[in-house]
Design a protein around this ligand. Structure first.
Ligand SMILES: C[S@@+](CC[C@H](N)C(=O)[O-])C[C@H]1O[C@@H](n2cnc3c(N)ncnc32)[C@H](O)[C@@H]1O
Length: 172
């Protein structure tokens, strides 16, 4: 697994919460996260995409395809998963521009320290479509929706537990 933390300033942003719950995460959240994945798969045509990045991937429950690159700031969460995993921050993605056909982020955006910075990074590395889900019960939901709309044009869908955003275009 690659650790791509930028510098000490970025390390200070780490939320240690997920490191403490990594062991029991799948048992608690597997069924719920899988329902979100299935919902997204009913809305997009996955075969159109060859390269996929999942930002805030945690243990990998939200991976849409076998070759999805999982990126998370918690080494402990990533360590519970498998496949290609990168330990880094959404706010500073260690990838070239337009590296991924599809970028996903399931139930993670409300945890990002600097949401606009993270959205700009997602926009930069995403070549085609971006899918983001937000917990409906998050008090940050209205603000997060506005921030997403400031960077992307797209549609919001009600999944039940999360609101799912699917981008149609990027804003410049
Ligand atoms: C609720 S979990 C969701 C995990 C996974 N997407 C799923 O569906 O099971 C949120 C994840 O976001 C990660 N996270 C929080 N802030 C982050 C950041 N700034 N950059 C990358 N990942 C972050 C946490 O470590 C955690 O694994």
């Amino acid at each position: 697994m690659l650790r791509a933390y930028g510098n000490n300033t970025v390390i200070e942003m780490t939320d240690r919460y997920y490191e403490t719950i990594a062991t029991g995460y799948d048992q608690l959240h597997k069924a719920e996260q899988q329902r979100k994945v299935e919902f997204v798969l009913s809305l997009i045509e996955l075969k159109k995409y060859k390269t996929v990045l999942d930002v805030g991937s945690g243990t990998g429950l939200s991976r849409l395809m076998g070759n999805t690159v999982g990126l998370d700031s918690s080494f402990e969460m990533l360590a519970k998963g498998n496949g290609v995993r990168v330990c880094a921050y959404a706010e500073k993605l260690p990838f070239k521009s337009n590296s991924f056909d599809l970028v996903t982020s399931f139930t993670a955006i409300q945890n990002f320290t600097n949401v606009i910075k993270a959205l700009k990074e997602i926009k930069r590395v995403c070549k085609k479509t971006c899918v983001m889900s937000i917990l409906k019960k998050s008090e940050k939901l209205p603000d997060l929706k506005k921030k997403i709309q400031s960077q992307f044009v797209g549609e919001f869908y009600d999944q039940g537990v999360d609101i799912v955003f699917i981008s149609l275009a990027r804003r410049s």
